[in-house]
Write a protein that binds this ligand. Structure first.
Ligand SMILES: Cc1cc2nc3c(=O)[nH]c(=O)nc-3n(C[C@H](O)[C@H](O)[C@H](O)COP(=O)(O)OP(=O)(O)OC[C@H]3O[C@@H](n4cnc5c(N)ncnc54)[C@H](O)[C@@H]3O)c2cc1C
Length: 441
């Protein structure tokens, strides 16, 4: 199993996944929910919330690295509440059931000639889960997925149905577009899309210094730009995506896929970390420049079959290059065994209270570690560098921030907590991890 598309898969009775154990994608979070509830309708969901007592946690597709969905009490999954509810052809908007996985959503949008304005690296998250943590792709002028939400419906732990949008219940709207599953169950989301479109992907190997020196031009000239840097290489894998009218084409599949190569090198370097610098320096031998054109969602989503753990911080956009240089210098100077590429992206500012991009154009820098290796030491070595730039952690990716530190990073923190207190006064939607990051009422 590579992805969890359905919570049912998590309950398969296999030796490495005993019945009753929930685990996330990277397998660093596990729990034994007393009950897993999978409503098929809003009325079933409301009845369950009203009849139940004790803690409730919500899970999407289990793709967060943080223990957001962990609970030994009741776990609610909307994996049976999926699909398209309606759309507006002129405005290019669509109303979607919040449990819909993004790959299913992409197909549904194809059917009404719409496409999402941006997507992240994979398409296996549920829409509600992606929105809850401020999931994003890359594009200096494009916000995270929460910034593409026009309105949403939320059911509070008291069983109340609330609607909000830019013009209705504005405070709730600003609080709920990044909600960490702590305000209620989001059941419906209206997304702003655009007419279905094709993207041309260009992958190149470029000198790191050239890319960083010209990053403003690259950002201005490409709708999407990102690159992958390696601790012991002077070169990066540069990827740009731009809308195109060209006919779809893809390069001939390589004899060994990039993912198979990555898995092989992860296995080798976890046993022989001394080989990392040599392999990094051979980057250009393994990754070849390529071009392809396809419908947008197929270009956005890439296979990620090699499991890893990840920490990601959102750095003020203008500080991104300096922060990355410091990280690379630290890794090299201290000869840290970090094989996985570091991903560097851009995300536009928004006005969502708990969005890591709140009022700040950001450079997004992600550190990965192969899932079979310990990641805490690597991540903790690099967190102080992110702190120098007042960076904000991705809510779904590993970090050690506490509510005291987070409150300083989010100007609207108190307002968000007030909304939380109003909607969940009994704190039914909290778990241990949420206490650490959100603190007391
Ligand atoms: C391989 C991989 C690639 C990734 N790529 C990217 C990327 O490119 N960009 C990026 O930004 N992130 C990325 N992520 C992180 C991922 O997008 C986020 O962690 C996202 O939140 C996961 O969505 P999910 O559906 O799996 O939600 P889960 O991880 O299951 O839950 C996330 C949060 O959503 C809440 N939630 C779930 N359902 C509801 C609901 N109905 N109502 C209210 N709250 C709810 C949960 O309580 C929890 O707080 C990646 C993760 C992995 C494993």
């Amino acid at each position: 199993m590579t992805y969890f598309d359905s919570i049912d898969e998590i309950y398969q009775n296999t030796p490495d996944n005993p019945k009753g154990q929930w685990q996330n994608w990277s397998q660093n979070q596990k729990s034994h929910p007393g009950k897993v509830f999978q409503p098929r309708s809003t009325s079933e969901l409301m009845a369950e919330i009203q009849d139940s007592s004790g803690a409730l946690r919500l899970v999407g597709s289990g793709h967060s690295f943080t223990p957001l969905a962990k609970t030994d009490d009741t776990l609610i999954s909307l994996n049976h509440m999926t699909g398209l509810l309606g759309h507006n052809e002129e405005a290019n908007t669509a109303r979607i059931m919040a449990g819909t996985p993004l790959h299913q959503l992409s197909e549904l949008l194809d059917g009404i000639d719409q496409g999402m304005l941006n997507m992240g690296d994979i398409n296996h998250q549920s829409l509600a889960g992606a929105v809850a943590t401020g999931t994003h792709g890359t594009g200096a002028k494009l916000p995270c997925i929460s910034g593409l939400v026009n309105s949403l419906t939320l059911i509070t732990p008291k069983g109340k149905v609330l609607e909000c949008s830019k013009t209705h219940n504005k405070d709730l709207f600003d609080a709920a577009r990044v909600n960490l599953g702590a305000l209620g169950v989001v059941t419906e989301i209206e997304l702003q899309n655009r007419p279905s479109y094709f993207l041309k992907e260009q992958i190149d190997i470029q000198p790191l210094d050239d890319v960083l020196d010209n990053i403003d031009t690259l950002k201005a000239q490409n709708r999407h730009v990102e690159f992958f840097a390696l601790a012991y290489s002077d070169q990066v894998i540069l990827k740009t995506l731009n809308p195109t009218q060209e006919t779809p084409f893809s390069p001939k599949a390589p004899f060994i896929s990039d993912d198979a190569l990555l898995r092989f090198f992860c296995e080798v370097t976890q046993r022989m970390p001394k080989l990392i610098p040599m392999i990094h320096r051979q980057l250009a031998r393994f990754i070849k420049p390529s071009l392809r054109v396809d419908v947008s969602h197929k270009v956005f989503a890439t296979p990620r079959t090699v499991r890893f753990n990840e920490m990601e911080y959102q750095v003020p956009a203008e500080d991104g290059p300096q922060c990355l240089r410091k990280i690379l210098k630290h890794l090299k100077t201290n000869q840290v065994a970090a094989f996985f590429p570091i991903e560097y992206r851009y995300v536009a500012a928004d006005d969502i209270w708990l969005s890591p991009f709140y009022k700040r154009d950001s450079a997004s820098i992600s550190i990965h570690q192969y899932f079979k290796q310990s990641y805490t030491e690597l991540f903790q070595q690099l967190e102080p560098i992110f702190d120098e730039f007042d960076s904000r952690p991705h809510w779904g990716k590993s970090h050690t921030k506490t509510h005291k530190q987070l409150a300083r990073l989010y100007p609207q923190w108190r307002d968000w907590k007030e909304v939380q207190q109003q909607l969940d006064p009994d704190r039914r939607l909290m778990n241990e991890a949420m206490e650490r990051i959100l603190g007391e009422a």
